[in-house]
Write a protein that binds this ligand. Structure first.
Ligand SMILES: [Mg+2]
Length: 330
């Protein structure tokens, strides 16, 4: 088949050929020793390195009917970059493990590589892919390890103090709104996902779907927060309500959010994850640096980790429709 020749499956190629195609797309190495040796060598001039890993599995974490190879590479990079940024660090390197079915087309693999590079270029220009691993699996899986350099003392979840200002950088609820569009408008009668590609969406809806498939967390804001003296920080991956209560518990405080600061779609702002906004606390009286905006205040610990305008939030919203896929299908 001509198409087969033009775009072979990975099974028809050697590992070296697939790797060469990937390396042609991921851009130049910034490491002392980059891809191609047994391991990469990455400088840690401050003497400390931040490290994190996140795995995206087909089914629970993404659906190929909705997600292109480029989207997958972008998102796998973005979610890890956000975790590095949330420690007050500059991301410097990604290590990428890709497990794929043997019928996967080479063009899909190079699209993943282009997405990884594009996310680094757009969100974390000091970062690039410095190594990885390829293997075969029935379930398409991308595991990305991200490394970064803290600019000050790393900022953990545990440092918020009573009286601190609670602030957010980035979007709240837009990725969730995009997921709602996919769930309500891009499934067949049996509940299975149908392709988004080629569908007509309003510009607003298109932006929301993009926010879900290719999130753009404010990676540079992590270092801005650290330099401005943030006392605690994390990225919002599971919804502001759930993640703010995690930060509050880690710090031994209560977080009291200002409902008016959450915008008109308060439910989605509180419950919608996956925008990977950065949630930080700053000492009372300190200037909150842009792009952060105040959304609440830290109060003494009580029975309840999270309040909204002083009222207890006992069951933080935060439903993950992918993980509840089967029950959602009924
Ligand atoms: Mg995180």
């Amino acid at each position: 088949m001509p198409q087969h020749d033009a775009d072979p499956t990975v099974a028809a190629l050697s590992e070296g050929e697939v790797l060469a195609a990937i390396l042609a797309e991921v851009g130049a190495s910034r490491a002392e020793v980059g891809p191609g040796d047994d391991a990469a060598v990455i400088a840690a001039p401050s003497g400390r390195m931040v490290a994190t890993v996140d795995t995206l599995v087909h089914g629970p974490d993404f659906r190929l009917a909705w997600t292109s190879g480029f989207d997958l590479g972008w998102k796998a990079a973005a979610v890890n970059l956000a975790d590095v940024a949330a420690m007050g660090a500059t991301p410097t390197a990604l290590l990428v493990a890709l497990a794929m079915p043997d019928h996967t087309r080479l063009s899909f693999v190079t699209d993943v590589a282009r997405g990884l590079r594009a996310a680094c270029d757009a969100l974390a220009p000091d970062c690039s892919v410095e190594g990885g691993d390829l293997t075969v699996s029935d379930t398409l899986t991308v595991a990305v390890t991200a490394l970064g350099i803290p600019v000050t003392k790393p900022v953990t979840r545990a440092g918020a103090r009573v009286g601190d200002v609670v602030a957010i950088a980035g979007e709240l609820g837009r990725a969730a709104a995009g997921l709602d569009i996919l769930f309500t408008r891009f499934r067949d009668d049996a509940g299975q996902p149908v392709p988004v590609m080629g569908a007509r969406l309003s510009p607003e809806d298109h932006e929301l779907v993009v926010a879900q498939l290719r999130p753009s967390p404010p990676i540079g804001a992590g270092v801005i927060a650290a330099r401005a003296g943030a006392t605690a920080m994390m990225d919002v991956s599971d919804g502001l309500a759930l993640d703010a209560s995690r930060l509050a518990r880690a710090s031994g405080v209560t977080i009291d959010l200002d409902a008016a600061a959450l915008g008109p779609d308060r439910e989605r702002a509180l419950g919608g994850g996956e925008d990977h906004a950065l949630l930080a606390t700053y000492p009372a009286g300190a200037a909150v640096p842009a792009p952060f905006r105040p959304i609440g205040v830290v109060r003494p610990a009580g029975d309840i980790a999270l309040r909204l305008d002083g009222e207890p939030v006992t069951r933080p919203p935060g439903w993950d429709p992918y993980r509840d896929w089967d029950s959602a299908r009924g």
